[in-house]
Design a binder for this molecule. Sequence first.
Ligand SMILES: [Mn+2]
Length: 347
Amino acid sequence: MSSQTLLSIRDTILGLFSRVERVLIVVSRPVDPDCIGTGLSLQWFLEQQSKKPDVVCFFRMPENLAGFPDVSRVHTAAPEKFDFSPYHLVILIDGSSWGQFFGDAWQELLEKIDATALINIDHHISDEIQTAIPERCLNVKASSTAQVLYEYLIEPSGMQMPAMVAEYLYLALLYDTRGFRNEMHAGMYRFAEILLASGADHLRAVDVNYDMRAIRFFEWAIAHTELHPELELTMLCIDGPLHHELTRAFGDTWMDFDAVYKEVFERQVQGFHYGIILTDNLDGTVRFSWRTRNYGRHHSMADRARNAGFRAGGHRNAGGGSFTGSIEEAKTKLLAEMRKALHGNTL
Ligand SMILES: [Mn+2]
């Protein structure tokens, strides 16, 4: 998208802001420091203009975000019970598909919301929201949605960020870039410098503080990971029985503890460029998540998965999706597709 188009989308959004009072900021799934930090920063930005913004998350808040500054300002709610009627605008932060904001029943929810009141600010590969509301979708290829918010709204306003807002944005930036170890994006170091000068605490942001359960999950996951060296991929396939085993071992929130596995193992081992997790949701669907090595020429896992019948989205080398059907079928189809892509056959 041209920079001119992006600026005109930005101006459309600013025009809408100027005409309203009550604003709902909705953060995305996976709930992470980028959507939370950007959502809280946008709340501050709108409050400075005498608006009344609320931040809401329609998913459970992961345990690892409990220490995020001011996270208690983010309300969690069940989307089907939520009253959208007081709000003049609904701003969707850090996601490109409806389900990332409203959950699996997004179609019914969208009927309750005035479509012309929807705005999207994001940095993922564009998807159905971009198609539906192109004139109000500020989708920019950037390190993080935090960077998009800063460059398109905060910086041009000339407003001085308090240290706490710089802190929210710095935590968002460091999380999404894995401490600057993902792709290079223009302006990301400049953004970092500005945040530090505005009072962000670098040592706090880089402090690693894993929950011991993430280490135990890592140990468990390594023991259950299948290696497919001929396909350069590893696969953790959490079928029904293993799903129950994890619930017994870690409780219902076991999926909050995959951070070490994803960070230390997936796409980090020589010869294994693709790391995949398939999880049986126990409702006839399968959750899919992947990481692809950032260096080198590798297949787009989103494209391969879509060919295999999955829904997939996110970033080129990190994303997620779903499959309708059994986990065995999901696995077979995905492995066959990778065999075809890498070796030209499906045997
Ligand atoms: Mn993000």
